[in-house]
Design a protein around this ligand. Structure first.
Ligand SMILES: Nc1ncnc2c1ncn2[C@@H]1O[C@H](COP(=O)(O)OP(=O)(O)OP(=O)(O)O)[C@@H](O)[C@H]1O
Ligand SMILES: [Mg+2]
Length: 163
């Protein structure tokens, strides 16, 4: 291999939760450079703006030198070509994730044959965790501490008008 492969971990991260954190931590041990790519597709309803999601993520991964945070629009493979990345990291929670992830992996390889998708299994304790569920619970006044980084919990409360 000419050089160490660059890995990309794409997602909406609206907001980041502990399931994402575990994947970032583990992927950054496998790959010397990990780019967390925050999807900014206009038209998708998000609680946090792309800039807010990038800011939060940067703050949270600041002490991990292997990790870089970027925002992207459009096709993931276009970003990958641009930054010379060949590995896509995805988290796999359950069978429910499988079909969509499998389709995406095959499509991405068709669009960019050099790409390899690497699936990391979710942490057992976070298998049920998703951004959607975090937002739902927080909006209903439930306690999400321990499920998201503290800075995210605080920002969720502000956004939802609870403090
Ligand atoms: N609890 C989790 N454990 C491991 N991987 C996860 C977990 N939640 C999400 N992922 C993975 O993180 C990547 C980015 O996912 P995404 O931004 O859609 O998060 P999400 O929690 O699924 O949010 P949403 O509920 O909005 O779909 C995907 O590969 C997804 O499978
Ligand atoms: Mg998802």
């Amino acid at each position: 291999m000419a050089h160490e492969p660059i890995a990309v971990y794409p997602g909406s991260f609206d907001p980041i939760h502990m399931g994402h954190m575990a994947i970032i931590q583990r992927a950054s041990l496998l790959f010397p450079r990990l780019v967390v790519a925050i999807l900014d597709n206009t038209g998708k309803d998000t609680l946090f703006t792309p800039l807010e999601r990038v800011d939060m993520m940067r703050e949270i991964v600041a002490d991990n030198e292997a990790v870089e945070v970027r925002r992207f629009t459009g096709l993931l493979v276009n970003l990958m070509r641009q930054i010379d990345a060949t590995i896509i990291i995805r988290g796999m929670r359950a069978v429910s994730d499988f079909e969509y992830e499998f389709q995406m992996a095959l499509m991405n390889r068709r669009l960019y044959p050099d790409v390899e998708t690497v699936f990391l299994t979710a942490e057992e304790e976070y298998t049920y965790l998703s951004s959607r569920l975090v937002k739902e619970v927080a909006a209903l006044g439930g306690d999400v501490s321990g499920l998201v980084p503290e800075t995210v919990r605080v920002r969720l409360e502000h956004r939802l008008g609870r403090s």
